[in-house]
Write a protein that binds this ligand. Structure first.
Ligand code: GLU
Length: 467
């Protein structure tokens, strides 16, 4: 541990690929541990592999951490620390703890290595099974196991918290600490993240990069909450935690040993929870990009970047329906989106869910038929609806008023056995307006569509039935 007992942890991603959800989970646990203990959370970009490291990945990782709300206190690049590694490599060579044979190897002392893992307990390895292992390609090109040790020491890292896939590296690293005369930090190896089939999470199971989840419309709050429970729990059955609450609750003791299953339904549940917490302006801002992307609306401004950098589009702008010149007010967009707020699980679903508000729905005539009713009865319902709604003044075309008016009529509908059967009127109305088996209620849809479009869709349904 660092001299002054200060907690210092790090996330040390290699910028050789997009920010992986597993790295995000490791980052989160490090971040929470640091914040809980008033310590420092350090970001170290492990970019010693010049061929595979790319700036775009580095940016993706940093953007991802920022988006999730994890601010780092210090930032280092291994590529800028070559001299430091060189010094210690030379030291090991001089002291004959390492040797060159094309590349630079560590001379394994072949001994028992023991460490106390904070999650897994005592780990004991006979290092002779590891053989001599590589430290660097040359003096200026260190490899992971060496650079990480030098940095963890130089940066006074107190706890190395990382994925269990690194546990086989730990004995090697401990030997290097010893060879350099340094005290190793404490180690905590996090359980692997598994797919639902209990094999290691991979592309095969679905999206693995944080970006993909961001683009699908998962909120950072949901992802943080979900990731926190991938291997950790508060010790009781509470599940909902903000980042701030987690920084108070978190402890390494409550991390489980066994693999943690990445369950997308659970993530959807969290996302739907946090979507419900948004106010309608926020939700609308976040949804607008998806409606634009699906071609359902068009903005009057030029889009520089899709999706917009971690946020939504401006509600003060103008939007048009599809490719038309018909403006759709932000108020209306808010109404449409608000109708789905309870149901939506990921923002990217919004287009599919609300499409019928923007374009005329296509559906099979049979969908208009309510239970055991016959076609002519439904045609009659459509006629009644047409004539009633035709007489409603546009100012009265609100969900409440329409409900009042149409319910009076619906109450008169009787089923074959003489019972009130509102569905005879309201089912075909809802289908005519939405084209869907499931949708928000017909009155709400009618209000948003307005009188003209509502009548047009009823007419279209009638024609469809008569075909
Ligand atoms: N660069 C390594 C990785 O991305 C860091 C592992 C560690 O935390 O020591 O897996």
């Amino acid at each position: 541990m660092a001299e002054n007992n200060k907690i210092r942890v790090r996330i040390a991603p290699s910028p050789t690929g997009l920010f992986h959800v597993g790295t995000a989970r490791t980052a989160l646990f490090n971040y929470l541990f640091a914040k809980k203990n008033k310590g420092s959370f350090i970001l170290r970009i492990e970019d010693t592999d010049k061929e595979r490291s790319e700036k775009k990945y580095e940016k993706d990782i940093m953007d991802g951490l920022t988006w999730l709300g994890m601010k780092w206190d210090e930032l280092y690049y291994q590529s800028q620390r070559t001299k430091i590694y060189e010094k210690y490599l030379q030291k090991l060579l001089d002291e004959e703890r390492a040797y060159k044979k094309e590349i630079i190897w560590f001379k394994n002392p072949n001994k028992k290595v023991v460490f106390q893992d904070l999650i897994r307990g005592r780990v004991e390895v006979d290092s002779s099974v590891l053989g001599d292992f590589s430290l660097a390609k040359d003096l200026k090109t260190p490899l992971y196991n060496f650079a990480a040790v030098v940095d963890d020491h130089e940066m006074s890292i107190s706890h190395v918290i990382r994925g269990e896939d690194h546990i086989t590296n730990t004995p090697k690293q401990i030997l290097v600490y010893e060879a350099l005369g340094w005290k190793p930090p404490q180690f905590a190896h996090l359980p692997l993240i598994l797919g639902p089939d209990r094999s290691k999470l991979s592309k095969r199971h679905g999206a693995t990069s944080l970006n993909e989840y961001k683009n699908l419309g998962y909120l950072p709050e949901a992802i943080v909450n979900f990731l926190a429970l991938l291997g950790w729990n508060p010790g009781d059955n509470r599940e909902l935690f903000t980042l701030e609450e987690l920084t108070k609750e978190f402890s390494l003791e409550k991390i489980q040993k066994g693999g943690a299953i990445f369950n997308i339904e659970k993530l959807n549940w969290f996302n739907s929870h946090y979507i419900k917490q948004l106010n309608l302006n926020e939700l609308t801002e976040f949804c607008i990009p998806y409606l634009i992307e699906e071609g359902l609306i068009k903005p009057n401004f030029k889009i520089e970047q899709y999706p917009p950098a971690y946020g939504g589009y401006d509600l003060k702008q103008k939007y048009f329906i599809g490719k038309s010149k018909e403006e759709i007010s932000v108020e209306k967009l808010k109404n449409i989106i608000g109708l789905e707020q309870e149901r939506i699980e990921a923002l990217s679903e919004i287009g599919e869910m609300t499409e019928f508000f923007f374009i005329e729905p296509k559906y099979k005539p049979s969908l208009l038929i309510w239970k055991e009713t016959k076609k002519p009865e439904i045609i009659k319902s459509m006629k009644i609806l047409g004539s009633i709604l035709c007489d409603v003044k546009p100012v009265n075309f609100t969900a409440d008023k329409l409900k009042e008016i149409l319910m009076l009529e619906a109450e008169k509908c009787l089923s074959t056995d003489g019972k009130t059967d509102r569905g005879r009127l309201l089912w075909p109305l809802r289908v005519a307006l939405s084209g869907r088996e499931k949708s928000p209620g017909p009155f709400e849809i009618a209000e948003i569509l307005g009188k003209e479009k509502t009548l047009k869709r009823i007419e279209a349904a009638k024609k469809l039935l008569k075909k």
